[in-house]
Design a protein around this ligand. Structure first.
Ligand SMILES: C[S@@+](CC[C@H](N)C(=O)[O-])C[C@H]1O[C@@H](n2cnc3c(N)ncnc32)[C@H](O)[C@@H]1O
Length: 268
């Protein structure tokens, strides 16, 4: 019997979200979407057994990789074809200082088939580093990509949507079925490109206030905003900034979230 949990001699560890890509068409499509260029400062999160690492290294001379699994990090350090090109950071991507890798005038290009158990907090972590980043290509649960790309008035629209679209342009790239991985996950996946805006369409005066408005708003998404936000803005004041107080948080555009946050910042 074939053991689907062992791939290239490594037993997949569930706690590290290990589902290794093995479908060549999917691998080629992702790498051609990323289109690595010689001068790019590139970082891969969770290189694992190197499914994406190898074809990317065929196109560039140096690649930073951040891998939490000690055995996989050791394997990459000794990999005959890769060891001279890789800078292996054996670390938790959630705690890793990505900004230290960026060089003046050379922001980072980050990619990875992310462990699904940490993908949402990791995206929040990286959004705060967006000034150091050119773009990010991530394989995620399809459902998470739908949340990232959602528009107002949909069930997928939430805090992750608003905060990501505040920092980045969101472009879904490719859908991937479970059988592209070993072991096969129970869910469908998709690749997305997140590209931090060169000039943001809306500017929050204080990012903590935008985070607060999103958190409070989507924490009670069935309530109207006259109720949700009553601790800091009245229905009349919402009308003064041209926002209907009878809307629900999921009806608000990014521009309206930023207007409410900026009202909060300037009326303390
Ligand atoms: C879904 S697998 C992808 C592996 C490989 N890139 C591929 O596509 O086959 C996720 C990888 O992330 C690593 N990983 C899990 N948690 C991590 C963390 N907090 N920081 C860095 N790497 C992590 C796992 O060990 C694994 O190698």
């Amino acid at each position: 019997m074939i053991n689907d949990n062992v791939h290239l001699g490594h037993r997949a560890r569930k706690r590290f979200g290990q589902n290794f890509l093995h479908d060549q068409y999917t691998i080629d499509s992702i790498v051609s979407a990323i289109a690595p260029r010689q001068n790019d400062v590139m970082v891969e999160i969770g290189p694992g057994l190197g499914a994406l690492t190898e074809p990317v290294c065929d196109q560039i001379d140096k690649l930073h990789v951040v891998e939490l699994d000690r055995d996989l990090a050791a394997r990459l350090r000794e990999h005959p074809r890769l060891k001279d090109k890789l800078i292996v950071h054996e670390a938790d991507a959630m705690k890793f200082n990505f900004d230290e890798l960026a060089q003046p005038g050379r922001p980072l290009r980050i990619f990875g088939n992310l462990p699904y158990n940490i993908s949402t907090p990791l995206i929040f972590h990286l959004l705060e580093k967006s000034q150091y980043i050119t773009d990010m290509y991530f394989m995620l649960q399809k459902e998470v990509v739908e949340r990232l790309a959602a528009g107002p008035n949909s069930k997928d629209y939430g805090r992750l949507t608003v905060m990501t679209q505040y920092y980045c342009q969101v472009m879904p790239v490719l859908e991937v079925g479970p059988h592209a991985f070993k072991p096969a996950p129970k869910v469908n996946s998709a690749v997305v490109r997140l590209a931090p805006w060169k000039k943001r369409p809306y500017e929050a005066l204080n990012i903590a206030d935008l985070q607060r408005v999103c958190q409070e708003g989507f924490g009670q998404r069935r309530k109207t905003i006259r109720n949700t936000f009553r601790s800091f803005i009245t229905a009349e004041q919402l009308e003064e900034i041209d926002i209907n107080p009878n809307l629900r948080p999921e009806n608000l555009t990014l521009a309206q979230f930023v207007s409410i946050a900026n009202w909060l910042t300037t009326h303390r």
